[in-house]
Design a protein around this ligand. Structure first.
Ligand SMILES: [Zn+2]
Length: 494
């Protein structure tokens, strides 16, 4: 915790300076806030030409033994879509972080936390014995002078340590300055202002053929509308722009290897990631980034044309969601929570691909805790002093019910039953869990409820129910909602 605060403290001091000048301007001459924001713009313009630099690399290794970051190359993209004032990310989220420093002055110009598919793969059994590599990208404002990009990785003590360094000379012929292809297929779902003062969400489709583009448009509009009827996104809709890009696929649908189904889809999304049938991602990062570069974006949602239950979400990378599953509304919002605010899964009863035999340390995610140090509980300020910690709830009864559901779920998957059977099982599950959790004595309170993050014991969540815990998509718990709002405030430049 100390080390984590030290990292945060260093970043905060940079922000305090910026804030102090704003406050001084506010207290001074009328019209000064505009002067202050002009000062920040000038500071930004001094080091960036306003375009986006994308730095591509391969992230490879063998769990716990090797981790290699090998340069692919820098790419010039379109205008920088992010804030020109909020540049050094203070959110302290993600297992990785990168910092861009001016080579001449060593000043940190830009920093951002992120998660990666490599980081998730590293937790699987396969990663213990097989080397794999994943293509990744870092995006930041295009610098005018040479910069050093430091990649940092979070340790078990939650502190970030240097893992690799890339040097980038923006004038080098190695920078790919080729035009971004396919312009013209970008369309707007809704727009509330210029990209630099809004959160820019980009919706892409995979497994939609040219003839199915109207289906993609319908799905994109339907699911964007759904996200913005879910608090706290609902109340913060004015802070967002949502755009979409048509990326037609040769075939309809995406790869489903465990069903023996393979498709030529535009973005390469596939189910069965890391042996988990419902986990759907694309590993073709370059194709995805080249497609996305047509529009301003900070967050990406990939809609999968199909009915099979599935999706995924990686912090600051992208989220995916099957569009015609009975659980689509829940999957969409839940996976977006991972992607947008680095929220952890609060559930613990369903099978996952990760090795959970490791010792328990305090997770960095905002919505789960090991509760090893009660006085420093991260959501302590939201807890009523009268609420007992840990907070009792009907865990045994819940676990007994869930054990039966998981057995039936496995059986349905084993015989490749029609998707409708799985939908019916999930409905039956929700019809029981939703009222059960709502009638727990501390259901309306923030507390410390045991069972979270794939662990029945030793990890805790803050509420009886949440979109990150069950398929009840009525609400994010107050702790998750706060984490989402913090990201909105930061990205929208507030
Ligand atoms: Zn939650």
């Amino acid at each position: 915790m100390d080390v984590r605060n030290r990292v945060g403290g260093a970043r905060r001091s940079g922000r305090i300076l910026a804030l102090t000048s704003c406050v001084a301007a506010l207290l001074g001459i009328p019209g000064a806030p505009r002067a202050a924001s002009r000062a920040l713009e000038t500071a930004f313009d001094a080091w960036s030409d306003g375009a986006t630099l994308r730095l591509d690399y391969q992230h490879a290794g063998l769990a716990g033994k090797e981790e290699i970051f090998a340069l692919d190359g820098p790419r010039r993209e379109g205008p920088w879509p992010g804030s020109r004032a909020n540049l050094v990310d203070p959110l302290n989220l993600g297992p990785y972080r990168f910092e861009v420093r001016d080579r001449a002055t060593n000043r940190v110009l830009f920093a951002q936390g992120f998660a990666s598919i490599y980081g998730e793969w590293e937790e699987t059994d396969e990663a213990q014995s097989v080397r794999r590599s994943f293509h990744e990208s870092l995006r930041f404002p295009f610098p005018r002078r040479p910069v050093q990009v430091d990649l940092l990785r979070r340790g078990k003590d939650n502190a970030f340590r240097a893992a690799a360094t890339f040097l980038v000379d923006p004038a080098s012929p190695a920078v790919d300055r080729g035009p971004v292809t396919g312009r013209g297929s970008v369309w707007t779902i809704f727009e509330n202002g210029p990209p630099e003062s809004k959160v820019d969400l980009l919706v892409l489709g995979d497994g939609y053929t040219s003839a199915q583009m109207s289906v993609f448009h319908e799905d994109a509009r339907r699911l964007a509308a759904l996200l913005f009827t879910t608090p706290p996104f609902q109340e913060r809709k004015a802070d967002f722009n949502v755009r979409a890009i048509d990326t037609p696929s040769e075939d309809s649908g995406v790869d489903r290897p465990s069903d023996g189904v393979f498709r030529r889809s535009a973005l390469g999304v596939t189910y069965d990631i890391f042996g988990s049938e419902r986990y759907a991602l694309t590993l073709d990062n370059r194709t995805l980034r080249e497609a996305a570069a047509q529009a301003p974006y900070e967050f990406i949602e990939i809609l999968i044309n199909g009915e099979k239950y599935g999706g995924g979400g990686i912090y600051n990378l992208f989220a995916t969601c099957a569009t015609r599953s009975g659980s689509t509304p829940y999957i969409f919002v839940h996976e977006f929570g991972h992607h947008f605010a680095a929220l952890a899964d609060e559930y613990y009863t369903s099978p996952v691909a990760y090795d959970t035999a490791k010792e328990i340390v305090e997770p960095w995610e905002p919505n789960i805790t090991a509760f090893l140090d009660p006085p420093s509980l991260k959501w302590k300020d939201l807890v009523d002093p009268a609420t007992p910690l840990p907070t009792p709830w009907g865990k045994e009864e819940f676990d007994a019910f869930e054990a039966k559901i998981q057995e039936r779920r496995k059986a349905i998957r084993a015989r490749h039953a029609p998707e409708a059977e799985m939908d019916a099982l999930f409905k039956e599950e929700l019809d029981w869990t939703k009222p059960f959790l709502a009638r727990q004595p501390h259901a309306s309170r923030v507390g410390v409820f045991e069972g979270a993050g794939y662990r029945s014991k030793g990890l805790y969540r803050s509420s009886t129910d949440c979109i990150m815990f069950t398929r009840n998509r009525d609400r994010f718990c107050p702790v998750c909602a706060r984490a989402i709002e913090r990201v909105i405030d930061w990205v929208a430049g507030r």
